[in-house]
Design a protein. Structure first.
Length: 244
């Protein structure tokens, strides 16, 4: 471990030899940090936090803090962070609320400056969360989701894979996969650019467009829309149906 002389590191912390720790960092007793992780100055890592390999933590982050809940007296929850994540300046990530649960951050995620991940959230892989966006407790984010700047995600909301949330959006309901959400939880279209970049074949994109029209443009009752979609033999459409 290569640590600046001003860093305060508990002797009980489990830190790999190849980790670099900058000036004035604080690493508390139950923390575990994997190989080749780089921690910039003024980072505080606390709580029951386990971090994987090759993560890059920028200045001012507070990782593993206690959930922001009234009446929570003990710091008993957990935070597990995977590999190859980039966590930019002043991001805050909280542990879970219970000993048998975890706040989870997967692999290859990019959390931009001043974003917040609350207790019991579950971020999968290749998620981008832009500056100032806020995730309340128990939010679930599937693979390859993009959340644009200064958006707010309500507690217990689920966002399906390859969905995109526009800037300044208030998300109070679940977002099916492949969709683009803007404004006040309004689904505007499919995430056509994201689908193409992900290599989704044109025929499957056409099927996703069909599902979007049935769900959001034909003004059928939701139960009827799902019945129509269930008759279409498409893996991508079934993925949308099961998330509605």
């Amino acid at each position: 471990m290569k640590a600046d002389s001003t860093a305060i590191i508990s002797p009980e912390a489990d830190i790999a030899d190849s980790v670099t720790i900058g000036a004035y960092c604080v690493i508390e007793r139950y923390v575990k940090i994997g190989e080749n992780t780089k921690i910039s100055p003024y980072v505080h890592i606390k709580g029951n936090t386990v971090m994987g390999k090759e993560n890059l933590i920028h200045s001012g982050c507070i990782i593993g803090g206690k959930p922001q809940m009234l009446g929570l007296k003990e710091e008993i929850g957990k935070l597990v962070i995977g590999n190859n994540n980039i966590i930019r300046e002043y991001v805050t990530i909280h542990t879970s609320t219970k000993e048998n649960t975890k706040t989870l951050i997967g692999n290859n995620n990019y959390l931009m400056a001043f974003s917040h991940i609350a207790h019991d959230c579950n971020l999968k892989n290749n998620v981008i969360i832009s500056n100032g966006s806020l995730l309340a407790g128990h939010v679930e984010i599937e693979d390859n989701v993009t959340i644009s700047g200064n958006s707010a995600i309500h507690q217990f909301v689920r966002i399906g894979r390859l969905a995109m949330v526009g800037g300044l959006t208030r998300v109070t309901r679940d977002i099916p996969p492949f969709m683009m959400c803007m404004g006040n939880s309004k689904i505007w279209s499919i995430n056509i650019v994201g689908l193409k970049r992900a290599g989704i074949p044109p025929e499957e994109i056409r099927q996703i467009k069909k599902a979007y029209r049935i769900l959001y443009r034909e003004k059928l009752p939701i139960k009827k829309s799902i019945e129509v979609l269930e008759k279409i033999n498409s893996l991508k459409i079934q993925e949308i149906v099961t998330s509605v």
